[in-house]
Each structure stands twice: as structure tokens, then as C-alpha cells.
Design a protein around this ligand. Sequence first.
Ligand SMILES: Cc1cc2nc3c(=O)[nH]c(=O)nc-3n(C[C@H](O)[C@H](O)[C@H](O)COP(=O)(O)OP(=O)(O)OC[C@H]3O[C@@H](n4cnc5c(N)ncnc54)[C@H](O)[C@@H]3O)c2cc1C
Length: 424
Amino acid sequence: MPERNWAGNVRYAAARRHRPTGLDELRRLVAGSDRIRAVGTGHSFNRLGDTAGDLVSLAGLPQTVEVDRERATVTVAAAMRYGDLATRLHAAGYALPTMASLPHISVAGAVATATHGSGDGIGNLATAVSALELVTADGDLLTVRRDADGDRFAGMVVALGALGVVTRLTLDVVPAFEVRQYVRLGLPRAALDEAFASAYSVSLFTDWRGGADPRGTAGRRDDRIDQVWRKQLADAPPPPADWLGTTAAAGPVHPVPGMPARNCTAQLGEPGPWHERLPHFRLGFTPSSGDELQSEYHLPRAAAAGALGALDPLADRIAAVLQVCELRTVAADGLWLSPQYGRDSLAVHFTWIGDGDAVAPVLAEVERALAPFTPRPHWGKVFTLDPAAVAAAYPRFADFAALARELDPAGKFRTDLLDRYLPR
Ligand SMILES: Cc1cc2nc3c(=O)[nH]c(=O)nc-3n(C[C@H](O)[C@H](O)[C@H](O)COP(=O)(O)OP(=O)(O)OC[C@H]3O[C@@H](n4cnc5c(N)ncnc54)[C@H](O)[C@@H]3O)c2cc1C
């Protein structure tokens, strides 16, 4: 089990580390511990998963994948990586509707933080969950289902690890499909909505390095988004040469300017299976050294123009500590702690340089600029928003806090970060 998270900015403080090989061993471990957290693949950027007590990885449990063709579902071991699941699913003729940019993350870890891809009509990864099996504080095994447990189930999927150790998840699947990926350059900001609506899954990248504002204040010189990654169903027509005033990338590109594209998924319209096109990075490669930090804020979709405008005056400050900024869309859902709860969302993501001290003051300014748009932070990334503002942005926050108290009365799944954001 690694000492640190993928980015290296969190050194796990656990006094003890465990890798049980069976469910009973895990249940005994949870029942006997005062403080315990599960770790997935460690791709989060904050201390949400950190504990001073017991840290447990489920990677030693049998990595099962069970496809139910009648129900169109797959039941999968919590520690399975999305990329490995996708390969198995595709071989069986099935697909997941969406994937994150990186296929290396675990299913339970991604679901716990409401990890998402992009697409106007596509929910985050947690919205595919139809059942969960978890070990609760006293070591009991609890199964909850979307069809039987209704509202309570909606509170238990995106759970930040606060309700128990998830051991298996059942996900909805769809028939396997093919995707073509085209990268276009120089999208006028005014065409943002049209670009997002143009294909199954669309991601926009920009580096905020447009230069000084000609009016003399800090900000961008032009209003063009650098790259559009348009992931369209393979049988949809390719974008025309003059699509929305953009130009076609001459060859494969990486989202971060100057980085080699060999780790990126195939572009230039080459058709391929869903799981080799929806992520930005290939499963077989490590996308980068981990020398980066990430932050992301989910805003109401209708706030896009206002929010980007609010960030404009910070463009030079952002650019100085930024690798790349990504904009994505995610459909509304009903999961209590999902950042897309009840609202179609624009996700404004920042891949920062790996220097936390340099990033911190800029992050504070970004959060101040976005505050009027009720930002909901990505639970697995770096944020410093005021806890009261975060709680106020989630209509079911108090209900979730009550659920956590009920299922974990002694607080054995609590962490310092949870204590800060989730009142006991
Ligand atoms: C390069 C990179 C690209 C990324 N791209 C995206 C992206 O495209 N979209 C996006 O939304 N996010 C993205 N992320 C963020 C990432 O998806 C989330 O941080 C996710 O939670 C990581 O999953 P993990 O398995 O590494 O979880 P970990 O970081 O190990 O854990 C995350 C949380 O889940 C809990 N947890 C893990 N396993 C269990 C379990 N079995 N039971 C209960 N709780 C559990 C942990 O306690 C912790 O609180 C990216 C991260 C990186 C490093």
C-alpha cells in the first residue's frame, strides 16, 4: 500500500495498514477498529481518505466482475479499476455510459467522491450505481438498492467514505458502442454551449494565457478556448472544416501545452471502443509523474458565461500556477452529496503545478470569484471553501449528516477533513 497519494501531496498518517484477503477478515477489522478508512487507488488530492487509525485497501479481496444480462447490470469488487472493469465489460458486449479522464481509479473511490466525465446528457459515475454492499461500523454487511431503498439509497452512494467500507457495487450498463474523438482548436467562448451540445461527450481545455487585456487591466486578450475534445458516437458525422470557427488539430495533442500526446487516447477521428476514447488517457500508460494538484468547482450550467467572466481578471494569476484548465458538463442527478444534485452543471477544473504554497493564494482568489455562483467543490480535489457555504450549497446536507450519525454513531469513519465539513 503506498505511503502517499498519487500526487504525493498527502502522506497517509495511518498508524496501521491492512490488506485483507477475505470479507470476514475485513468485517472483523472494521468491527475492532476505533478509526478506519478505506483507500482506493489514492488518486484524490486532499486528506478526505486520511486517518490516524487503520487504513484498509480492498485490493486483496477477490476482484470479481459479474454481468447480469437480464437486468443489464454489472456487480463489481470495490477496488477494481475502471479501466480493468471496462475491458472486461467490453469483451462481454457492454459499456458504461461515461468514464473519468483517467481509467486508473478504483470504482468505489470514484463513486465515493462523485467522479465524473463530460456530456450534457450524462450523469457522473455514481449515477450508474443501482446497489451497494458495505461493511458498517459494527462489522455488519449492509446491502442497499436503488429500487428498494429509495431516498435513503440516494443519500448513500456519494458518501465520502463516511458510512462504511464499500465492498461491492452494482452498476447499470448499456450495449457497447464506438466513439470517434476529434480535437479542434480555438473555440470562441460565445460558442461554448453549442460546442458542449455538439457530441456525446465534450471537454474544453484552456490555459488562461491569452495575455494582457488590451483595455489595460489584467485578463485575457482574446476569448478563445484552446482545445475542444469532441468525443462523438462513431456513426455521427464528423465536424465540418469550419466548425464553430475552430481549426482541426493537425496531429494528436495533449491537453497540457507542450506535453507529448503518446499517453492520450486516439484522436483524429479514428473509431474505437468507448473505453478507449471516453477517458483522455490510456490505461496502459501513466499520464504524468503526479507532479500536479487539482481543484474543481461545479456550478449551475446557466452560470457558465458569468463564472468565466468572473475569472477573467485573475487570468494572469491563474496562468502563473496552472498546467491546464478543463471545462466539462454533467447532467443533474438526485444523489444527496453529488455536486450535480438537482442541477445541470458546468465543471471548472484546474490542474495546477505541484507547488501547494504557490497555488494556495490563487486558489483562494478563484474561490472568491466563483462564490456568487454557489460552487460545489469536487470532493476528491483541493479546496478551501467555507464549510458553511459548502453545506448551504447542498439541500440534503443535513440529511446526510444525520445518516452518518445513525450509521456511524462513534465516528470511526470520521477524518479531520470530514469533521471540518460535516457537522457531527
Ligand atoms: C490524473 C487524475 C485524473 C483525474 N480525473 C478525474 C476526472 O476526470 N473526473 C473526476 O471527477 N475526478 C478525476 N480525478 C479525481 C479522482 O477521480 C477522485 O479523486 C477519485 O476519488 C479517486 O479514486 P481513488 O480510487 O483513487 O480513491 P481514493 O483517492 O483512494 O479515495 C477517495 C475517497 O474514497 C474513499 N473510498 C475509497 N474506497 C472506498 C471504499 N471501498 N469504501 C468506502 N470509501 C472508499 C476514501 O476513503 C476517500 O475518502 C482525477 C484524479 C487524478 C489523479
